[in-house]
Design a protein around this ligand. Structure first.
Ligand code: IYR
Length: 221
């Protein structure tokens, strides 16, 4: 028996001139995206965050198994515990573990062990990758292309937040095991990204770094 199919109903095409106009517009918008570390404490409506997370969940995934889980942290005590744990890892990283070459690569970003944005931002989105799934009856099912799938979902989330007029940072304090403990996540889930989300501080500054020339990224053959 072939699998059940349904008509492709959601697809929308556009005349060429409109395709061009839409992509010019989208490109101009996306080129303005920056990773931000200076956050305002101004609150963000839950419904906006929910819609952005719904966008993330439209990502394609290995065997459509959707191997992600998102935790939205608004509780100030939980944010504070996450900051304390992240800064402890970062101290170990910057002061002991990081090879010189890595520290040199990070120098233009001006990052250090202090992560105040983990408390200032009104919310943190913690993305977990499910290494394997658990069915309703409690048995394990294999997941495929987990990092690719969750990475794509993260990209859609970053895009959605930007289009909503919010800023974020793809923060990866390593190791991130403390996130599983603080957020009491099950064994099949691994922390993937920690994203503070909100509005930029009024005096927000970003590193003077630039995207490389498009031509260096792409070949048409
Ligand atoms: N996790 C550290 C170090 C760091 C690593 C990379 I790769 C970056 O792009 C930025 C920072 C920190 O967050 O400071």
């Amino acid at each position: 028996m072939p699998p059940k199919t349904i008509p492709l109903e959601g697809y929308r095409g556009y005349p060429e001139s409109e395709m061009l106009a839409r992509t010019v517009d989208l490109l101009a918008t996306m080129e303005r995206r920056r990773s931000v570390r200076d956050f305002s404490d101004r609150d963000v409506p839950d419904r906006v965050i929910e819609n952005c997370l719904r966008v993330a969940c439209t990502a394609p995934s290995g065997a459509n198994l959707q191997p992600w889980h998102f935790v939205v942290v608004r509780n100030p005590d939980v944010k504070s515990r996450i900051r304390v744990a992240a800064e402890a890892e970062e101290r170990d990283f910057y002061e002991r573990r990081a090879p010189k070459e890595w520290l040199e690569a990070l120098a233009p970003l001006g990052t250090d062990t202090r992560k105040p944005f983990l408390e200032t931002a009104p919310l943190l989105i913690v993305i977990f990758a499910q290494a394997y799934g658990i069915t309703a009856d409690g048995s394990r099912i294999k997941h495929y292309y987990v990092h690719e799938s969750v990475g794509i979902a993260a990209g859609l989330l970053i895009t959605a937040l930007h289009l909503a007029g919010l800023v974020t940072l793809t923060h990866t304090p390593a190791p991130m095991k403390f996130l599983s403990e603080i957020l009491e996540r099950p064994d099949n889930e691994r922390p993937f990204l920690l994203m503070p989300v909100g509005y930029p501080a009024e005096d927000a500054r970003v590193p003077d770094v630039h995207r490389r020339a498009y031509e260096q990224n792409v070949d048409f053959v």
